[in-house]
Design a protein around this ligand. Structure first.
Ligand SMILES: C[S@@+](CC[C@H](N)C(=O)[O-])C[C@H]1O[C@@H](n2cnc3c(N)ncnc32)[C@H](O)[C@@H]1O
Length: 294
């Protein structure tokens, strides 16, 4: 097996979020469904929950990869479905996982009379297809069931709209899956986002959705969008984080903004290595002023 196959697509915290979401709807004979399985990372998580409840996990994927990405190039040379199915067998999930090999659009039509306890969407990340997957699969979720998906790094208002528009037709842009962020923000008034897994629960009236609002005490920062590099301006990186734009001087070296404590921030601010501003425009102005004073 080649090393560039990117077998694991989730980080540990995301597996935990996914498992908890599935457990919150699981019952004897439950039916879970995922759109986008690749080599089976999420399928193992969801499949285990289904198996413990004598249920099934339906895995929809064309196993051709995501158009225009490394996954597509990999799938041209390797049998990804084979890797997926071998993993399901090895993990004791061959009788639980039901692979359906076709495009998500086609399968949604075939399954339109069926209902599921949970649907997890993680296929094409481009805006139009995510929007279509949400529209096609939302009606397949039972009242009280969960619709959720991967790679939603925050709410649309967390990011510059210019950046989101520039990346909406790409798999991701500047580390953000802009198409997913935009489509999810448009589809629902409010959603839960935990470690980039978005989720809503179906109400009893069709089309009514509420954030799942599950608590993850072991993941205290799970709902916060990660820092995003907006641009380099003069000798600073301008980084959007928690509603502000943080300017970090190149001279400060590599740093993880999310892990800085108040004391460290104060120390860096005193030497103009870091400052916080309400917008990119304002940050640029302050960088200009600092540069002209030097
Ligand atoms: C990011 S991967 C899924 C990762 C998987 N959930 C995991 O945890 O490993 C996306 C998958 O969606 C599939 N895919 C992309 N576009 C699709 C489409 N229009 N219809 C069906 N499958 C699609 C790709 O073949 C790929 O396997």
């Amino acid at each position: 097996m080649s090393l560039d196959m990117r077998i694991d697509q989730l980080v540990a915290q995301q597996r935990l979020v996914l498992r908890r979401l599935a457990e919150s709807v699981a019952h004897e004979g439950c039916r879970l469904l995922e759109v986008g399985s690749w080599c089976g990372d999420s399928a193992v998580v969801l499949g285990n929950v289904a198996k413990r409840n004598n249920g099934k996990l339906f895995c929809i994927d064309w196993w051709k990869g995501n158009i225009g990405t490394d996954l597509e190039r990999t799938a041209m040379h390797q049998d990804v479905f084979h890797v997926f199915w071998r993993r399901m067998k090895k993990r004791g999930l061959a009788a639980t996982a039901v692979p359906i090999r076709a495009s998500s659009d086609v399968v949604a039509q075939v399954l339109r009379q069926r209902r599921f306890d949970m649907v997890f969407i993680d296929a094409d990340h481009r805006y139009e297809q995510v929007k279509r997957d949400i529209a096609n699969y939302a009606p397949l979720v039972k009242p009280g069931g969960i619709l959720c998906g991967h790679d939603c790094e925050g709410w649309a208002e967390d990011f510059d709209s210019e950046m989101l528009q520039a990346g909406r037709d790409l798999d991701y842009h500047g580390n953000i899956h802009c198409g997913v962020v935009l489509a999810v923000s448009e589809a629902f008034e409010d959603v839960s986002i935990n470690c980039a897994v978005w989720s809503v629960r179906a109400g009893h009236v069709p089309g009514e959705w509420k954030p799942t609002a599950l608590k993850f005490p072991e993941l205290p920062h799970s709902g916060i969008a990660p820092p995003v590099l907006m641009e380099e301006y003069r000798a600073y990186n301008l980084i959007r984080y928690r509603g502000s734009v943080i300017a970090v001087a190149h001279a400060a070296g590599e740093m993880d903004i999310a892990s800085l404590n108040a004391e460290k921030i104060a120390e860096l601010s005193r030497t103009n290595m870091l400052f916080s501003s309400p917008s990119v425009e304002q940050a640029r102005k302050w960088v200009d002023e600092l540069s002209s004073n030097q």
